[in-house]
Design a protein around this ligand. Structure first.
Ligand SMILES: *Cc1c(COP(=O)(O)O)cnc(C)c1O
Length: 364
């Protein structure tokens, strides 16, 4: 048996007809930028998240950068980022001209906390950038309190948390703004690169829309220096089809996680946990193993693909080492030396989970 880490075909094949119809409609309208599909998606996605504004853009990295710029954050400013997130979170801060300052994370949920962030606040700190890593919401209330006390902006990185909830509210509706990626493998994914910014702040929303579109306020009126980062019609048409299935696919992810729990509960492994206050949407299923290499090898020999998210801490990478001064991140270092992401995707069968778990149990 071979089991891929992810298989997008399992979910895409369910909506092939709807996608083809969406392609044909987009082709017949022949308007590929700033058209009807984008307008509809922005409306539907803002309603889904429960915010006033959604602004489509080119990708999730740009969504973070544009948000920072729209809040006036850049040169000389510091932005606190969890040390164990993937590259784009910190890269976007650098792209905006600001300095990423890395903070350690919660030992159970892998997310930034108000305590780890508080230790990194200086006179130059302007924003907190919590990441709802693997689909698990960060504990936002204390983070928002910390931000209020220190006059900081909070931008949620929701790239892995479409549809996740914090105390009954969707992630993305809690901070001053939030950034989404619709990279194909995300819980809501396009068929290429795409992203969005959401917020309740009208002034901010208007500014992000201008920055993403060459700084234009209206045609040929360029009021600030922007960039080209627009959500295109074809990707928006795909997202409009897929958004109607997001909750269904997230429920499949949750059921699949519960099945993994059932099969692995007697092993004593550190399995993903859902905080009391949250609905976890399991973008990834990340377990921890003390002898990770042995398990990876056993799974590989049995035809099972695994991955590590992420096999680094950001300061270990050359683009970010200059932002870090011999600091240590004991919690994240410990987590990241043991994490392993198991095959996990909507449409994965119980037989496949059985097989993966049997190999793990035998190898332990
Ligand atoms: C995917 C991802 C991004 C970046 O999204 P792109 O659309 O690939 O630019 C940012 N942050 C996190 C946590 C992500 O997983």
């Amino acid at each position: 048996m071979t089991i891929p880490f992810n298989d997008l075909n399992r979910s895409l094949s369910m909506i092939e007809g709807d996608l083809e119809k969406a392609f044909r409609n987009t082709l017949s309208r022949s308007r590929f930028i700033k058209g009807e599909e984008v307008r509809i998606f922005e409306q539907l996605f803002s309603e889904y998240i429960g915010v006033d504004h959604c602004i489509g853009c080119g990708n999730g990295t740009d969504a973070i950068e544009i948000s920072l710029r729209a809040f006036g954050i850049g040169e000389g400013d510091e932005v606190i980022v969890p040390v164990n997130t993937c590259v784009p979170t910190a890269e976007a801060v650098v792209n905006a001209g600001a300095k990423p300052v890395f903070a350690d994370v919660d030992p159970v949920f892998h997310t930034l906390t108000s305590h780890t962030a508080a230790q990194k606040i200086t006179g130059k700190t302007r924003a907190l950038l919590p990441v709802h890593l693997y689909g698990c919401p960060a504990d936002m209330d204390p983070i928002m309190d910390l931000a209020r006390e220190n006059d900081l902006i909070v931008i949620e990185d929701c790239a892995q948390a479409h549809g996740a909830e914090y105390k009954g509210r969707k992630t993305g509706s809690i901070g001053n703004a939030a950034a989404f990626s619709f990279y194909p493998t995300k819980n809501l994914g396009a068929l290429g690169d795409a992203g969005a910014i959401v917020s309740n702040d009208s002034l901010f929303a208007g500014k992000t829309r201008m920055i993403a579109d060459h700084g234009q306020s209206s045609r040929d009126i360029h009021v600030l220096s922007g960039k080209n980062s627009r959500l295109d019609e074809l990707q928006a048409a795909v997202l409009n089809v897929k958004l109607t299935r997001l909750d269904h696919w997230n429920r499949q992810r949750i059921q699949l996680a519960e099945y993994y729990f059932e099969k692995l509960e007697d092993t004593g492994l550190a399995l993903p946990r859902q905080p009391d206050f949250a609905l976890h949407v399991y973008h990834l299923f990340v377990t921890r193993f003390n002898h990770r290499e042995k398990i990876i090898q056993a799974l590989r020999d049995a035809g099972v693909q695994t991955m590590i998210h992420y096999n680094y801490l950001l300061p270990d990478l050359s683009p970010f080492s200059r932002f870090c001064n011999q600091e240590s991140f004991p919690v994240a270092e410990n987590l990241n030396s043991t994490i392993l992401s198991l095959p996990f995707f909507p449409g994965m069968t119980h037989d496949e989970v059985d097989y993966v778990c049997k190999v793990i149990v035998n190898a332990l």
